[in-house]
Design a protein around this ligand. Sequence first.
Ligand code: AMP
Ligand code: GLY
Length: 423
Amino acid sequence: MKVLIIGSGGREHAIAKAVAKNPNIEKIYCAPGNGGIASIAECVPIGAMEFEKLVDFAKEKAIDLSIVGMDDPLVGGIVDQFEKEGLRVFGPNKAAAILEGSKSFSKELMKKYRIPTAAYETFLDPQKALEYLKNADYPIVLKADGLALGKGVLICQNEEEAKAGVSAIMVEKQFGDAGNTLVIEEFMTGREVSVLAFVDGKTVIPMTSAQDHKRACDNDKGLNTGGMGTFSPSPFYTKEVHDFCQASIYQPTVTAMAAEGRKFCGILFFGLMLTESGPKVLEYNVRFGDPEAQVVLLRMKTDLITVLSACIDGTLDEIDLEFEDNAAVCVVLASKGYPLHYEKGFAIKGLEHFDDTEDYACFHAGTLKDNAGTIRTNGGRVLGVTAKGRNLKEARDKAYEATKWVEFENKYMRTDIGKAVEG
Ligand code: AMP
Ligand code: GLY
């Protein structure tokens, strides 16, 4: 079997590693991939948004299954293009990917089908948004409707900040067309949990839980990033919480999408807030989280290819999804200055420590292999150093120990991933 993975981050490295375990895999390609993925897949220099080139490549190489890791191509309709050409592909089509592509769509869906989420209003006109802010409760949350690299959410402490936010999103268009529509949302408090789920259009099977640390600095200070580290499972995601979410959030969302004529097949990522009045949806994503995939897939016992195939074939109800009874922690090694300004191109030393280790993995995010074969830094988030342990404390201690194995100039990491919840 030949597989093509589309994307270039730590998430795609984790997917590639899981795919490689299947005994029927002859060859893995990754477009465009990165320096670490290159050790298990052939990286091809085609961008994730170059749909026609990707379709041609999949035909030319007779790819049996293409897996789309990233949100942009999914929201842009890559799956429809592949399916039109008769190619087998994993991920939601454009009509279903709108669940991540438009926050106003997802909020309306939740309202219509009574899926618990924060109260909200939608605005097309900045004047009306400013008017609304006069009598609002603070803090309040502003969200650009469309995709904004995870940066389109502003938490505003008072009317002054919120007015500046409306201007930045709707007038100055800091997030481009993503800010044509604005969602203003009630601020919720509680523990955040990420739950990724496999979906085949009707059945939804959640994976083990995880939690991301989005801020750049320790104690959740600093700017929002793509994610500085994760741990899995979340001790706050109890059986009771799970049962509630399955009955009131996961299944209703999948059933609602089918009822709307937008059958969802792929990974559905539920960003949840465990509030005092019960779990509520913060956001939906339509792909694996990054770096959630790194900790979740490392603990998955069931063969990934088997599950993805069942999603495409509509036979997910026959799958018995199993995870190891342990914990995993992923610490992101970033370039100093991320998420704003940082330098790239530094040689990375010590990666060989991860060869042949069962409990450790070093997922590459922003790396490249130069012509001399040296792996160099090539992005803000560089590596995801990940370890498994019997519990969160052991996994965390091992992951932090392993961060010392790797050296590169301007290496930066948070020192408190999973710390507040050590079990
Ligand atoms: P999102 O991109 O929607 O996940 O939002 C990014 C982050 O903003 C989330 O992980 C939360 O920490 C925070 N956030 C989003 N919506 C809310 C809300 N309604 N109340 C409190 N925090 C929120
Ligand atoms: N880690 C959050 C995301 O992938 O959106």
